[in-house]
Ligand binder design. Structure first.
Ligand SMILES: Nc1ncnc2c1ncn2[C@@H]1O[C@H](COP(=O)(O)OP(=O)(O)OP(=O)(O)O)[C@@H](O)[C@H]1O
Ligand SMILES: [Mg+2]
Length: 509
């Protein structure tokens, strides 16, 4: 019993899956890893009925399985929680959950049934706080992702597939997803779990398969596959990297935030970033890191304080997003899907967006030359600069949005989770590039939930907890335990601040 995939192939312009053989037994949790563009999502999309394979054979419980549509796959008990969220923003949580399954008789979905099912599904994923009537557009990114997984888990009775389900989630939320995966496997579902978080896979999965350039390289029990071996199989080679750039000199202040408050950030926050340094923002989900960046950019209205961009000691106030961009502040938000992929446009166009802004004429030759360099640096996998962006894999789309700000030597960069959704090798390149930019004089403020991303790249780390800056640490030696303690500081002791932070952790990403 289970899923047997034989000789599966798929090509778009070039081959994406090459004669892939995979067998997953009922009750087995299989991890699937590979670099950005290796073909993971394509494989899952074929199984989910979203796209058709070119060749090969799939057996589900020993019967031929060739879904003609997502609907047909769901009816067969095969479901996918996608990397790109598929919520409909104007529908409620319950409606989104019901969408794929409960056909409406005479066009009316039976509301009571729908809400009961919704409540149960929410509870299983720690989403009890989510009212079924809440609109998807009013949900946090993390809650939307959990809802996506809840929906898939309802339908994935035989095969449940998850495409980077935890990329936008906190540790605790990821733990809930892992509990759900284990429960579904115990009920007899075959699980296919794609993630770039290799440690998570090692913990949760029984077996792990590595896909490289559309080819299945190996499948091994998790205990028998070390993380370096996984990376080596993904990349074909493995070079130990020293990501820490040469010591960077301390420049003058480039960005100064003084006593800023917003509706989301009730306690005045101050922080300074110097030219030539990378300042990290650590903290748990809901600590206020993204909100601080939005406040600096003027995206959330400030109720107090000020932000200044300093050039040679001369300060310019930054109040609106237009001020920020004009002052040379680039911002890569956390939720890159929502923010600025221009579908239908080429990679070159999408890379050039920030460069075009504020310039009357940017020569095409410059865009192409610099774009090609950025494409190399970030290892953006596309057929060329002219490929439409929506044809790139999820991780490669993210690299383009990051690359947009690297096109210009933007003097101040605010990067919210720059490593999210990106494979290990590309991640190293991205953080190398961030280090290089700082060494060349850029001031970088970077939020990350991954300790090693922060400690490998930052000169200083500000730890946020309960929407305050709890502590600031100086590198290059890091006391990770102290950083973690600071991150939890608002959550211990049961003080009023602690309760507030805990609540924030539940409701906000
Ligand atoms: N509609 C399409 N047209 C052309 N090429 C496509 C299309 N969809 C995917 N591809 C290509 O197929 C390859 C595999 O993409 P896929 O999305 O499966 O990668 P992935 O392993 O999921 O990567 P990631 O880790 O970045 O999500 C990529 O090179 C991508 O550009
Ligand atoms: Mg993918």
């Amino acid at each position: 019993m289970g899923l047997k995939i034989g000789n599966l192939s798929k090509a778009f312009a070039a081959p994406v899956l090459r004669a892939v053989d995979i067998q997953i037994a009922s009750g087995e949790i299989r991890g699937l890893v590979g670099e950005n563009g290796a073909g993971k999502s394509t494989l899952l999309n074929i199984l989910s009925g979203a796209i058709r394979a070119d060749g090969g054979e799939i057996l589900l419980d020993d019967e031929a399985y060739k879904p003609a549509s997502v609907r047909a796959a769901l009816d067969a008990g095969v479901a996918l929680a996608t990397q790109e969220l598929s919520m409909i923003e104007t529908l409620s949580a319950a409606e989104n959950l019901a969408l794929s399954r409960f056909p409406s008789r005479f066009g009316i979905v039976r509301r009571r049934h729908r809400d009961t099912v919704a409540k149960a599904a929410f509870a299983s994923l720690g989403l009890s706080h989510l009212p079924p009537s809440l609109l998807a557009s009013d949900m946090t990114l993390a809650d939307q992702q959990l809802l996506e997984i809840a929906r898939a888990s309802m339908h994935g009775t035989k095969v449940l597939m998850l495409d980077e389900p935890t990329a936008a989630l906190s540790r605790e939320q990821a733990g809930l997803v892992h509990d759900l995966i284990r429960a579904k496997a115990a009920e007899g579902a075959a699980i296919l779990y794609v993630s770039h978080r290799l440690e998570d896979l090692k913990q949760v999965c029984d077996t792990i398969s590595v896909l490289r350039d559309g080819e299945l390289i190996l499948t091994k029990p998790s205990e028998a596959l070390s993380i370096p071996a996984m990376i080596e199989a993904m990349a074909g080679t493995f070079a130990q990297r020293d990501r820490r750039a040469a010591a960077r000199g301390e420049g003058p202040a480039a960005l100064r935030v003084t006593d800023v408050t917003t509706a989301e950030l009730p306690h005045p926050l101050s922080i300074e970033v110097k030219a030539g340094e990378v300042v990290g923002l650590a903290g748990l989900a809901g600590a206020g890191r993204s909100e601080l960046m939005r406040a600096i950019m003027g995206l959330d209205a400030r109720s107090g304080g000020r932000c200044e961009r300093l050039v040679d000691g001369i300060a310019t106030a930054v109040t609106t997003p237009a001020d920020a961009v004009a002052a040379g502040i680039g911002y890569v938000p956390e939720d890159r899907k929502m923010s600025g992929i221009f579908a239908g446009q080429s990679v070159a166009f999408n890379l050039s967006l920030s460069a075009l802004r504020g310039r009357r004429a940017t020569p095409d030759s410059w865009i192409r030359e610099r774009g090609a360099a950025i494409r190399d640096i970030l290892k953006i996998r596309s057929s060329g600069l002219d490929q439409p962006i929506e044809q790139l894999s999820g991780g490669n789309q993210q690299k383009v949005i990051l690359g947009r700000w690297l096109m210009l030597d933007t003097p101040v960069l605010l990067l919210d989770e720059p490593g999210r959704g990106v494979d290990v090798a590309a991640k190293a390149d991205i953080f190398d590039e961030i280090s290089r930019l700082a060494a060349a004089g850029a001031a970088v403020l970077m939020a990350s939930s991954e300790m090693d991303e922060l400690t490998s790249t930052c000169d200083r780390i500000a730890v946020m907890s309960g929407r305050r800056i709890a502590a600031i640490f100086e590198g290059p030696e890091w006391d990770e335990a102290a950083i973690m303690t600071a991150a939890f500081s608002a959550h211990v002791g049961g003080s009023a601040a602690g309760n507030e932070a805990t609540r924030a952790g539940v409701y906000h990403d």
